[in-house]
Design a protein. Sequence first.
Length: 281
Amino acid sequence: MMNIWQDLQEQQRGTADRKITALFDAPDRAEDFSLRTQFMLFDYAKTNIDAEARAALLRLVDEAEVPRRRDAMFAGAPINETEGRAVLHTALRNLDGGPIEVEGADVMPQVRDTLARMRSFADQIRDSAITDVVNIGIGGSDLGPAMATRALTPYNDGPRCHFVSNVDGAHIADTLRGLDAKTTLVIVASKTFTTIETMTNARTARAWMQDHGGDPATQFAALSTAEDKTAEFGINSAQVFGFEDWVGGRYSVWGPIGLSLMIAIGPKAFDSFLRGAQEMD
């Protein structure tokens, strides 16, 4: 592998002053250095990479055993060596694929059941009087759905979505100001339901709803595996959506953490979102 690195470094030094426009002397440059899917174009023609550098990079991929490691991830092997876990966010978007096993058990029936429950709940909310959804989370429980909801704004035809992550009370206060407690759904996203920042904001939102005529028993949902704690908080078990420990936070938008996005754009569009990711896989 060291030889490949050295080759790449030598190539970089030899082409550092080369103008990218010179590479377009080759008439097929744009086509040769791009990839197409049904709806997307990945164009890397406008980078200082030539055929020799690409070949060296592909040799590095093989030398580092990336294909083997990729296949192990898709197969459910415990490639998260630190925690001894599988890394299977890909299962969340395995809409048309076969079984995926973790420790000998197929995880797809549970994935499909949870997705079906999410679709039903999202349709229920979209057909109700709910006008606003407040997602309370932190890290991957906030960044993914917030980013995707904003990116897919042209497809947002459901309730308005708001995202609260900062434990500073000003964030939740500013978000709730102007909302109608009777037409607001609060989603609490915390796997353990013990995350300090998230639970602090959740309690604030619950008190606000109680004080302003809302009904937390029907207007709160939880994205969590801690059903005992969600029940203690007062959330209806039918509105609790769990996810497995093989879903890393930064990839969790493809599952229950993406519930706010599904409500915003609708289950059909969310399925398209999953299918796009499946195609990339």
